[in-house]
Design a protein around this ligand. Structure first.
Ligand code: ZN
Ligand code: ZN
Length: 330
């Protein structure tokens, strides 16, 4: 099969992914072999390919937003031809304290799709049968792919931030994840304030009904109940903190941040403001979000790339060159 392979992490301008012919994944018990129909591109893929996340395998196929058809390993629940999604959490041990305590997103021995095992920048991918999700039939492959990490983890970020219906919520950064989160927030009757770099991202936020839109570290005109940051930048976290009311929460939706700069505790954190990180997702998050996505007819904005353009797709995510989500169609 054809696949995009990472051997040595390098800046994306050096084109670290090589498109090559490799053997199809070998079947394993408890797994399904999927023919990949589409695979979303996530900023985490960029952190893996550029080496901000340390390598876990000598050779890797990235990609953790896989839409595919079951071709082998079918069961009664997952017949041949069933269309399913695979996300970032590719498996957990099911036995550690976190798994037993309903926090499988924090599992001590997780499998990460497209990081600790091969992912979906390929024609075929292997996935644990108990970690695939049926997808809303209303969405085609291209539009279903971004739901699988951008959507699910964006939704988890709203939960971690403790968003209540009708609240004022800030989104700092407006890429693949935020452009889906805003629609969930509107379904919950929240007012959404968006601070983001890039004029076209600001226009997209306006067109999706943001109450107010400003530049990257602009302060919204009201105090926010909750804020979610999506940019891999600690300055943005501090800007988000500075726009919260007392008792408000910032949730950081980023697996990697450049740093957290020094900031003024008395002014920014005192008053029971909180900073929380968002780590991974549970299967319950996935099921709840995919059901909500179908109910509210969530429709991602996507730009498609071929497998041969995998480096270009990641470069586009890095430079904010596209609105919404990038998706590879092998
Ligand atoms: Zn565990
Ligand atoms: Zn992701």
């Amino acid at each position: 099969m054809r696949a995009a392979i990472l051997t040595i992490p390098q800046p994306i301008q050096q084109r670290p992914l090589q498109i090559a012919e490799v053997p199809r994944p070998e079947m394993k018990p408890g797994h399904v072999l999927l023919r990949v129909r589409a695979c979303g591109v996530c900023r985490t893929d960029l952190h893996i390919v550029e080496g901000e996340l340390p390598p876990r395998c000598p050779q890797l196929i990235p990609g953790h937003q896989i839409v595919g058809d079951v071709v082998e390993g079918a069961t009664a629940e997952l017949p041949v031809g069933a269309r399913v999604g695979v996300s970032w959490i590719g498996g957990t041990d099911g036995s550690c304290w976190y798994c037993r305590s309903n926090m499988e997103n924090l599992c001590d021995a997780p499998t990460f799709t497209g990081y600790s095992v091969n992912g979906g920048y390929a024609e075929y991918a292997l996935a644990r049968a108990d970690f695939v999700f049926p997808l809303p039939s209303a969405l085609d492959d291209l539009h279903a792919a971004p739901l699988l990490c951008a959507g699910i983890i964006g939704f988890r970020s709203l939960r971690v931030a403790g968003v209540e219906p009708g609240e004022r919520v800030g989104l700092f950064g407006f890429g693949a994840s935020a452009h889906l989160a805003i629609e969930v927030l509107h379904a919950w009757k929240c007012d959404v304030y968006v601070s983001t770099r890039g004029a076209s991202h600001r226009r997209l936020a306006e067109s999706l009904g943001a109450k107010w839109v400003g530049a990257e570290t602009d302060k919204p005109p009201v105090e926010l109940d909750r804020a979610i940051t999506f940019a891999p930048s600690g300055d943005v976290v501090v800007a988000a903190l500075g726009s919260l009311r007392k008792g408000g929460v910032v949730a950081i939706n980023a697996i990697h941040l450049d740093r957290i700069p020094q900031f003024d505790y008395d002014r920014l954190l005192w008053g029971e403001r909180q900073i929380r990180s968002v780590a991974n997702m549970t299967r319950a998050d996935a099921r709840d979000f995919l059901q909500l996505a179908a109910e509210i007819k969530l429709h991602p904005k996507v730009t498609s790339f071929t497998l041969g353009q995998a480096n270009e797709a990641l470069a586009a995510v890095k430079s904010d060159a596209i609105d919404g989500a990038a998706v590879i169609v092998p």
